[in-house]
Design a binder for this molecule. Sequence first.
Ligand code: SF4
Length: 695
Amino acid sequence: RVIDLPDSIQELEVIAKKIRELAKEGENLSRIGIAFSSPSNYRPHLDRIFTEYNIPYRRKTPMSLISGPLIKELVGVLTILAGDFDDQDFLALASAEFLSLDCTSLLDKLNHILGEVRFEANGWSLVRLIEDKVRVIEDDELLGIIDFIKKNLKWNLGKKVTFKAFISKFIGLLNKFELADKLDEFEDGSEVMAVWNEFKNITAKLNKIADEKRTLKDWIKLLKLAIREANYTFDQGQGVEITGKIELRSGDYDYIFLAGMSHDLYPTASHNPLDRYFKELGMELTDDQVLDRYLFVDHLLGAKKGTFITYSKSASEEQALASSCIEELKRVVTLKKTEVEENLYSINELQQSLGLKLKAGKEYTDYTQGDDYHWQEDLLTKFRLLKERNRDEFAVYNGKLEEESNLNWLEEKFDDDYVYSADLLGSYANCPFRFLFEKVFKLSSFDLSEEILPFERGRFLHKIMEKFYSKFSAGKVTEDNQEEAAQVLLTATQEVLAEYPLFKESFYWQTEGNRYLQDDDLGVGLEKILAFERDSTIKSNKKTNHFTVREVEWEFDGLELIDDYKFRGRIDRINYHEEGWLGVIDYKTGSINNPVQIPLYIMAAKEEFEEDIVHGGYYILDPGKGLDYKKVKVTNEMYKSSTKATDRFNESLEEAKKNIKEYITNIKAGNFKLGDGDNGCSYCQCKFICRKEEA
Ligand code: SF4
């Protein structure tokens, strides 16, 4: 179906309306894809229009890498390394968010000093002038920082090295700014990590093609150029999928919208006169026109239920003209014109429509009569309900239980002998309202799908790991003992799987089982785990450390860790290092979103073991997702790798104690408001009763 429109904004509006129509018919939004031939015309309006029509979307539009978070700071460092920087570049480094110079008052002082440097100076002469001023005021902290900058950022630019050597020197420098620690605070799916991964991609690509030696100056220039030309994509969430170019994967969608199919797109294939010279020179070039057309046809056929094509007129045209490929299409298929229902789908449309009618002298009452205006009636009903629920009798709850008998009941349930678990407190931390339903009222549905759920996978892997380490007395897989370890892991796995007959009887479970066992050998998934166990190290004391496994599934129950409150839990694993320290580890196969678990486990281990606890974190135990010791948020992985990190570690513990006390007080006081932000709302069983959107 095709539609021509006056401009790109109306194209977007029509697409939004059409999607609302499809949603009304029950179509799944995540099975709808939109590809923009030239995203820059649409991007400025996309968010506004889709928000107006209340359409959730995932954006895969490529954005210029340089506009992403973090990258400006990396380019700033490259500019300083190249020696050609001014006071603004220097100030930008001082105020960098990701690259810590660890001096909060630095910016003010520098600003002041730069104000005193009255003539223009660039590069290292500027730094010399700043340094002279700092010596006069005898500010040791600032002198230390200038020393750090000079020592680490003043490179011998003429030195010839390979790209690989250059990039490892650059990364080494970034680590001196504690970038790795900073990145640990971001989730894998965050925009910062998307940008960082793209940066790593660029360096990996350059590494492959640049094997000659060049000066450091040349490499800095090349890397800056490569960053400027690169794009990154960032998947924001759920809903309709939007891509920048025609690059939706065929078969993934029920409906595909191809926007911007105007006449300048995919012109009739033409020949470049230079082509034959390239041929004679033996050069084979990819023909972008052919490739684009191929993708276009692929998309036309890719949607299972329908494809919508839209185009609009450009500024110089009197009317919208379709791409010639659409004209060509007409010869072989019947294209229908897209009809858009005249329903009102947004408040803006309603206002516009009311305005027009009023202007024409019609009365507002028009909208409340007749069968055609259900949407408006619904809206009025909604207004009335919203208004009414603000009346006293509807507004009692608001996240707070106040009835005396309820409060007494809570007091009794959470009395002095109650033993709190990390799971319970984490649930309250994420969303008190959900906590009330799931943990207090214990209302939840039981999923009986045959497919394996992440928590079920977690159970098997936990059991396998527990059995493995309780049988494997060495406590650490090494090059020397890996064969023996593999044998022990095989036996442990066979024993665990034998407890679950479904592994033999169900297709899904057999497939899962094959990741653990292949005939009489370890499956690929467990081989990966074994290799990870052999190679993994843990961060502490400024270096990565090997360790042995000291305890598995270590339980505590009734420990008074904070005031007189009692706590229980089970630590999946406690690692030991011969220097006399311990690290607590929790295995995870699903998402990580419990801000109190690791601090609570550290407190418990501190209570029971003599050794210093220097590390706490998660071990991602899903061979499908990649194994890793995960540092997610500051409170989720904690380690004492330096004085600063130790301070952070202790602060996090104190903060967690304070929060836990607050959670318990609030639970007993009947405070069950909605959680801030999105803590798994899309999978929450309470989402239809919490009315978060309205709140
Ligand atoms: S949908 Fe979100 S806000 Fe509502 S109860 Fe669930 S987790 Fe809380």
